[in-house]
Write a protein that binds this ligand. Sequence first.
Ligand code: ADP
Ligand code: ASP
Ligand code: MG
Length: 418
Amino acid sequence: MYSLFPKTASIVQKYGGTSVGSAERIKAVAARIARQWREGYRNLAIVVSARAGETNRLVDLVNEVNPRASGLAYDMAVAAGEQVSVALLAAALEAEGIQAQPLLAYKLGIYTDDLHAKARIKHINTTSIEAGWAAGSIAVIAGFQGITPNMELTTLGRGGSDTSAVALAVALKAAFCEINTDVDGVYTADPRIVANARLIETLDYEVAFEMASLGSKVLHPRCVELGAKFGMPIVVRNTFTPDGHRRTRVMPHTDSDSIEALVVTGVTLDRNVARLTIAGLSKDSALISDVFQELGRLGVNVDIIVHDMPQSAETMRVGFTIAKSDLDSAHQALARLVEDKGLEGLEISAESGLAKVSAVGVGMRSYAGVAGRTFTALTSQGIGIHMISTSEIKISVVVAEKDAELATRVLHAEFIKG
Ligand code: ADP
Ligand code: ASP
Ligand code: MG
């Protein structure tokens, strides 16, 4: 199955929500792991997510009770889905006659900082996994969860089990980290939106990271960042296809580095976009630096910033995008700041109902026409562009959410496959 690797290799496998979504699927996952075990691969660490839909259900429950619940209460509630999956997969492995060691974050020691709901892993204690291997058991570990040095539960942000898996692979010096999901790998666009999207067989960390950060949900951005930092190969494959089927390998320096590389490797869609705008600022106002400092303190990532200073007017306007999930807390923080400073006449507006569509590819470095083609392709389909931003290897446009899927298809057809 892993014929390229010695039987003594340590391997981390992660199974996502759909892969453990029902009793049947959990049994099928256990059967696959059991086959590997019988082939002689013993150093297996399996990371699992909550069953599909479970984390959403828990988030909704918290919001129903108190949308402003403390970070600790939120994390304690939403991390519960992974606990059930760990127990069920361990039970399914037992039914296969294999000893399994179910591990939650506190038990294993997945230490993070204390930024609730978006914590970062600092250190993983692998002692209990290695002891379990020596005693002949497979480790089954809860993804998504962490623990602060004070033993408070944290979570890594939505989709964070991928990051748990890659961090664990690094800590265990694994041969590779396998991400098992419900599609064959990373495609040139979400195959559920773009029917003729193609599977990308090898992808370098840089493009994979951009695609993940810009909304292609199949990999959590921080897992790619960790993979790149530690040179950990990441393999994305479909839980439900036989071994040896097509897959994506994320690794350093692939074909996308070559001169012949496509200009655009992938088109992504991020629906988690909101905009805050501050209007009526005097031109010499220091408020803007205070605003960004405050957002930084809250852990709110600011994305596209548009600074608007008409020649004729005495005031300026600054608009910027953030994650929709941060909108309420950022809006409140801004309103507080403005009030504290006694600044009257400022208008703060919040908008959701937006989405960001991006084209990503290292080929853009040596190709000048991407912005023009993006504008023409979108406007010719009647799609309005609200904001735009470019970097060396990507172009992003903010559009109305209702236009987002069409915009994704239009850019895919324009740059990848018509
Ligand atoms: P899991 O629960 O296994 O972690 P996710 O739902 O987080 O799975 O990620 C897999 C989903 O990501 C796919 O079902 C697909 O709809 C979506 N997706 C978005 N962009 C892409 C892409 N470029 N390639 C593959 N899948 C993508
Ligand atoms: N269960 C968590 C979520 O739904 C983590 C994950 O699936 O990766 O966000
Ligand atoms: Mg996921």
